[in-house]
Structures are given as C-alpha cells and as structure tokens.
Design a protein around this ligand. Structure first.
Ligand SMILES: *[C@@H]1O[C@H](CO)[C@@H](O)[C@H](O)[C@H]1NC(C)=O
Ligand SMILES: *[C@@H]1O[C@H](CO)[C@@H](O)[C@H](O)[C@H]1NC(C)=O
Ligand SMILES: *[C@@H]1O[C@H](CO)[C@@H](O)[C@H](O)[C@H]1NC(C)=O
Ligand SMILES: *[C@@H]1O[C@H](CO)[C@@H](O)[C@H](O)[C@H]1NC(C)=O
Ligand SMILES: *[C@@H]1O[C@H](CO)[C@@H](O)[C@H](O)[C@H]1NC(C)=O
Ligand SMILES: *[C@@H]1O[C@H](CO)[C@@H](O)[C@H](O)[C@H]1NC(C)=O
Ligand SMILES: [Zn+2]
Length: 466
C-alpha cells in the first residue's frame, strides 16, 4: 500500500526563556488575579476568546516550576531527577513485556510523520501488528491484550472525542449535558496542563477520561523511553489535575504497534482505536463541510450492521459544532449513543472509587457515575501520587481487563479479558490520497510560556488525525 506521509511542524516561540523566575512569578500572579479561580468559575465563561484567555492555577504553577512535567509541546522524556518515573520505567523494562523484535519506525519532520519507506517496506505479514499499515488490533505478542474498536451491544455508537481539553469547550460540554450525553474524552497532556479547569469539567460532568499522549506525535517513531514518558506524564497530569488514574489510551493517528502497546500495557493503559472515522478535524484544513457531513451520514447508515467506536474531535469550535449539527441525525439512526464505559461495561475505568453505569444502567437513563468529583470542590492536588499498575496485574472487576457484571463475554469477549473485538477493524481506509494539513494552536496558562504548537500532520491513504 503506497502511503505518502507529509508532515507537520512545531513552532515554538517562547518568551519565557528571557524571563527570570521572579518575573515568571509576577506574571503568574497577574494571570491568577485576572482569570477564573477554579473549574466552577471557568465553566461560566462563554465565547472563544473569553474562554481561551490565559489564567494561572497556583498549584499547577508550582508543580511546573518544580519541573515535575516535561516541556510542553515537545516529545516527552523522563525529566531529570524524577526517580519515581525512572523506577517505574525500569520495572516495565525488566518485566519483559516489551518485544525486542519490533523496530522503531522511521519518522519524518520531527516525528510528525512516518517515512514513506517505512510503510512501503514493511513486512506484509505484519509481525508488529502495526495499525497504521494494516489496521491490526490483535497483537502478535500474547502478553498484550487486544485493542478495543467497537461496542458489544447492537445499534450502538461509541462516543469519543480526541485532542481536548480545548479551552473553548463550554458551549459544547453544555450541549452534551443538555442532551444527556456522556463521552469518552482522550485528553492531551499538554492541554491538561494548559487548561486545567476545563479538564476538571470533563470529569465532573460525568465523562470518562483516557490518555492521548503528551505531545501528539507518531508513537511508533519514538524511542521506548519517549513512548513511556509521553504516556506517563499525561497520566500523571490527569491524576494531579483530575484526581483519577487513567487506564486507557488512544494513539494519535492510530499509530500503534506491539512495542508501543506493550509500554502502554506496562503503564496499565488499554489501547483503544476506532471502527469509524468522521475525519471531522479536516474541516479546519479546508475539507468542505459537505464531505464531513457525508462521512457522518455514512456512519449513520451502518447503525443496523455495526456498533462502531467513532472517532470525533474536541479539537476546535469547528469539530465541536459539526457534532452538534450532526447529533439529531445520528441519534435517530442509532438506538444508543454511549461512552466507552457503557459500551464495554467498564464500570471501574479508574482504580479510584468512582463507579460508572454499565450499559444497561446507562441506556436506562442512569448516566452519571457514582462518587464523581464535584465541580465546586475539585482542585489540582500536587500531592496526588500517580501509581500505575500493569494491565496484567489489574484484577479488579469492572476494569478494562475485566469488564463488568453480566458482561456478555461468552461469545466474543475472550475469557482472559483480552477484548471483545472479534474481527479486524475495517472501514478505516482513506480514499482521498491527497495531502492535507491541520493545525491547532495551544495557549498557555500554568507555564508562563507563550508557544504556538502548529500540528500539521499529514494525511494520505490511511493517515488521519486522532
Ligand atoms: C537535580 O538534583 C540536584 C541535586 O538535588 C540539583 O542540584 C539539580 O539542580 C537538580 N536538577 C534539576 C534539573 O532539577
Ligand atoms: C481550541 O478551539 C479554539 C476555537 O476553535 C481554537 O482557536 C484553538 O486553536 C483550539 N485549541 C487547541 C489547543 O487546539
Ligand atoms: C462555536 O463558537 C461560537 C462563537 O463563540 C459559539 O456561539 C458556539 O456555541 C460555539 N459552538 C460550539 C459547539 O462550541
Ligand atoms: C453489560 O452488563 C449488563 C448488566 O449486567 C448485561 O445485561 C449485558 O449483557 C452486558 N453487556 C455486555 C456487552 O457485556
Ligand atoms: C483496507 O485496505 C486493505 C489493504 O489494502 C484491504 O485489504 C482492505 O480490504 C481495505 N478495507 C476496506 C474497508 O476498504
Ligand atoms: C502543508 O503545510 C506545509 C508546511 O507548512 C506546506 O508546505 C504545504 O503546502 C501544505 N500542504 C497543503 C496541502 O496545504
Ligand atoms: Zn488526536
């Protein structure tokens, strides 16, 4: 399969380098004074510009000043003096889960793309279970569970939004509330640090949260330790900001192979892909709206034949608005529109004591998790300790490894809890072979840095933004 990968660029314009830490503190105080003081305040702001103004959370500011996280917008590595991260990384390495025969793929343009030669020269027998080329979801290594990409119940749309938290999501999250929708949100680590109060709204609104990496690069092109750090620090940020330990992740662009899956599994993260793709992000790069509408309509037309986990984005106002517009039609088409917790009967997506409704409860109208944090009290907690447990050691009921009570595991879900997915993902091939760019700007808050991250991932046959 011929795949042409073009790339993106990452523009970093930092004003912070020139500042002393005293100046940074003064700047932080000014932001802190002017902006929202907590998630409840932030949830009341409307309009893109108003919501996207910088603000500062004191606790997160102290954590970033203490260099507890990697640099924003850059490929993550273990930060110096982080003995805890190093220890966890050493444990994963010595557990033997990482297959030694899977090569790092050749990246392009600062790992914002994959070299043409890497995909065209890849062994057609798919020894690495490399999704980008073959849509493989069933690892060759028996130490790693299968990926999820569809729901178990018929006539069901698995609702997921990638690339948040976006600074300007209040109108959209209000819409989800008004329509009694709950979704699985795949958050980018850098965005969680930038928009901590928006991230807190995600969990307090009753959605469930998974990891979408620190800096949104092609994961199969990164070294082992970079893959680890991309996942580890995103999960650590989610724990500090939202109080939960995520146990699921989605690879940007779907770019995953058994090496990357294994490192995620070592961190206790189950890999989640999708069966249907709206390509909604490409509205921001000039794809006509009508094309995205027809993508949605095609998925609507499959309601009687499949129960897809669908790829949609919180990326920008355009992608959010597109979902808002399309929702009436998709609601008509599909009997159930549910988050992955309900879709998979995962009642305990996190080890913390928050219990999500299973499928039956959810479609019965019981949509909110029990013991979820409250928007009026949730706070960034610098002392929250992130303690990942490998998937192989997750034995609690209702987790991604052991979906909840009454799980119809007899037929398709394997007894090992390795997944409910029977067949390989389909419908993901892209017909449009032309290259397109996408861009997203990131604002700053906790760091008093100003940088603009321009993601220009490239699209071609089989490439997309996720
Ligand atoms: C690492 O720790 C040493 C010793 O405490 C300290 O001197 C150094 O500044 C630290 N490095 C960073 C990057 O924080
Ligand atoms: C969030 O959405 C706004 C409005 O569309 C957009 O301008 C901004 O670039 C988005 N932020 C990120 C980080 O993508
Ligand atoms: C998009 O932005 C406009 C202008 O601020 C706003 O009226 C609208 O509600 C936003 N839509 C969504 C889904 O966020
Ligand atoms: C989910 O759990 C409910 C309630 O126990 C059960 O009726 C249903 O069959 C389960 N569904 C799946 C797909 O496991
Ligand atoms: C996707 O591409 C693969 C390899 O070219 C092909 O075998 C498969 O049938 C295609 N699937 C769809 C849904 O077009
Ligand atoms: C994509 O972006 C690159 C770099 O900014 C530019 O050279 C190229 O023309 C763009 N391609 C399209 C299709 O917009
Ligand atoms: Zn993404």
């Amino acid at each position: 399969m011929h795949t042409k990968w073009v790339f993106g660029s990452l523009a970093l314009a930092s004003v912070a380098a020139a500042h002393s830490s005293f100046d940074l503190r003064v700047a932080h105080r000014a932001l802190q004074k002017r902006g929202p003081k907590n998630a409840a305040d932030a949830a009341k702001i409307y309009g893109i510009n108003q919501q996207c103004q910088d603000y500062g959370d004191d606790t997160l500011y102290e954590m970033t000043q203490a260099k507890q996280f990697p640099t924003e917008g850059q490929i993550a590595t273990i930060v110096s003096n982080d003995t805890e991260a190093k220890q966890i990384w050493n444990e994963i390495k010595s557990s033997g889960i990482i297959p030694s025969n899977v090569q790092v793929k050749q990246g392009t343009d600062g790992n914002m793309g994959i070299a043409d030669s890497a995909t065209s020269g890849y062994d057609k027998s798919d020894p690495d279970c490399w999704w980008s080329v073959t849509q493989c979801t069933k690892p060759k290594s028996n130490k790693i569970p299968e990926d999820f990409y569809q729901c178990d119940e018929p006539d069901t749309w698995g609702l997921t939004f990638d690339d948040g938290p976006n600074c300007s999501h209040n109108e959209f999250y209000d819409f989800l509330q008004q329509n009694k929708l709950r979704a699985t949100l795949f958050y980018i680590g850098t965005n969680v640090i930038d928009n901590p109060y928006q991230a807190q709204r995600g969990i307090t609104d009753g959605h469930d949260i998974c990891v979408h990496t620190w800096s949104h690069h092609y994961m199969t092109t990164l070294s082992n330790v970079q893959v680890f750090a991309e996942l580890y620090y995103t999960a650590k940020a989610i724990k500090a900001v939202m109080g939960i330990t995520p146990r699921c992740w989605r690879p940007p662009f779907g770019d995953v192979d058994d090496r990357v899956r294994a490192i995620a599994a070592g961190l206790g993260l189950r890999t989640i892909l999708w069966k249907e793709d709206t390509d909604d992000w490409s509205i921001d790069t000039g794809t006509p709206k009508s094309k995205i509408e027809s993508n949605y309509q095609k998925i609507d037309g499959k309601a009687n034949t499949e129960s897809p986990i669908v790829l949609t984005h919180e990326l920008t106002n355009n992608t959010m608005s597109m979902f808002v517009e399309q929702y009436p039609a998709l609601k008509k088409a599909y009997k159930n529109v549910v988050p992955l917790t309900a879709c998979l009967n995962v009642t305990n997506p996190y080890p913390e004591d928050i219990v999500y409704p299973n499928f039956e409860d959810f479609v019965g109208g019981n949509i909110d998790p029990k013991n979820k944090p409250d928007i009026s009290t949730i706070k960034v907690d610098a002392s929250a300790s992130y303690k990942p447990v490998a998937l192989s050691k997750q034995t609690d009921k209702g987790s991604y490894m052991s979906p909840g009570s009454g799980s119809a595991s007899g037929a398709s879900a394997s007894s090992s809890g390795a997944g409910s997915s029977g067949t390989a993902a389909s419908g993901s091939n892209q017909s449009d072979a032309s290259s397109q760019n996408t861009s997203g700007a990131s604002r700053t808050t906790a760091f008093t840095l100003h940088f603009v991250a321009v993601l220009i991932p490239m699209l071609a046959a089989g490439a997309f933004l996720s």
